[in-house]
Design a protein around this ligand. Structure first.
Ligand code: NI
Length: 209
C-alpha cells in the first residue's frame, strides 16, 4: 500500500503530538517532588497563618488583610541564603508564569527570617530579581518572630565565621504556603516541588473557589 503525501503528513503530525504529550506527562510526574513523594504535604484547614503587621519592600507598613482578595504564595527565608531560597523563589516565579492569566489571582510573598540584614531596600533588590509582583516583607525581630510563629516556621541564625562578621547563615523551614483570598490556609508544598506541580496545585485551588 502506498500512502499519499497528505496522509503521511497527517500521520507525522499525529505522531509528533503523541510524543510531545508523553513528554509533558513525564515532566509533570518528575515535578511531583523529591524521591517521588507527593509535592503537597497537606491541604485543607490547618491552623497556619493569621494576623501579622510587617513592612514591605517599599517601606510601607502592611498587615495580612492587605493580601486578602487574592491567593498568596508565602515563603519564609533570607536574602543571603545560598541555595534553598533562590531555588524556591525561582520555582514560585516559574509556577506563576505557567499559570498564565490566573497568575493575576496570586500574590507571591517572601518574608525574611533575617530582619537584622534584610531591610526594605535589600528586600526590594532581591524580590525584583525573581518576579515583578513579588512582595518582600521584613520587620522588627519581634514582628518577624510573630509572623513565623503564626506559620509554624522554625528559624535560627548560625554563627558568623569570625566574631562581628556579617556572614552567618540562617537555618529555616522551607515550605511554600498557599493561602486563600480569605487569608485562610489552603495548601503546603515541600521544598523541591517542581513549578509544574505547584502550578497544578494552585490551579486546582483557584478552580475550587
Ligand atoms: Ni534559605
Amino acid at each position: 500500500m502506498r500512502l499519499s503525501k497528505p496522509v503521511l503528513f497527517v500521520l507525522g503530525v499525529v505522531l509528533s503530538v503523541a510524543v510531545a504529550w508523553a513528554l509533558v506527562a513525564l515532566v509533570r510526574d518528575m515535578g511531583a517532588g523529591p524521591g517521588g513523594r507527593p509535592a503537597v504535604v497537606t491541604t485543607g484547614t490547618a491552623e497556619i497563618g493569621g494576623p501579622f503587621t510587617l513592612t514591605d519592600h517599599t517601606g510601607k507598613r502592611v498587615t495580612d488583610k492587605d493580601f486578602h482578595g487574592r491567593f498568596a504564595l508565602v515563603f519564609f527565608g533570607f536574602t543571603y541564603c545560598p541555595d534553598v531560597c533562590p531555588t524556591e523563589l525561582q520555582t514560585i516565579a516559574r509556577a506563576l508564569d505557567l499559570l498564565g492569566e490566573d497568575a493575576a489571582k496570586v500574590t507571591p510573598v517572601f518574608i525574611t527570617v533575617d530582619p537584622a540584614r534584610d531591610d526594605p531596600e535589600t528586600m526590594a533588590r532581591y524580590v525584583r530579581a525573581f518576579h515583578p509582583r513579588m512582595v518582600g516583607l521584613t520587620g522588627s525581630p519581634e514582628e518577624i518572630a510573630a509572623a513565623a510563629k503564626a506559620y509554624k516556621v522554625y528559624y535560627r541564625a548560625g554563627k558568623p565565621s569570625a566574631p562581628g562578621a556579617n556572614d552567618y547563615l540562617v537555618d529555616h523551614t522551607s515550605f511554600i504556603y498557599l493561602m486563600g483570598p480569605d487569608g485562610a490556609f489552603r495548601a503546603l508544598y515541600r521544598a523541591g516541588t517542581g513549578p509544574e506541580a505547584l502550578a497544578a496545585g494552585i490551579r486546582a485551588q483557584i478552580g475550587a473557589e
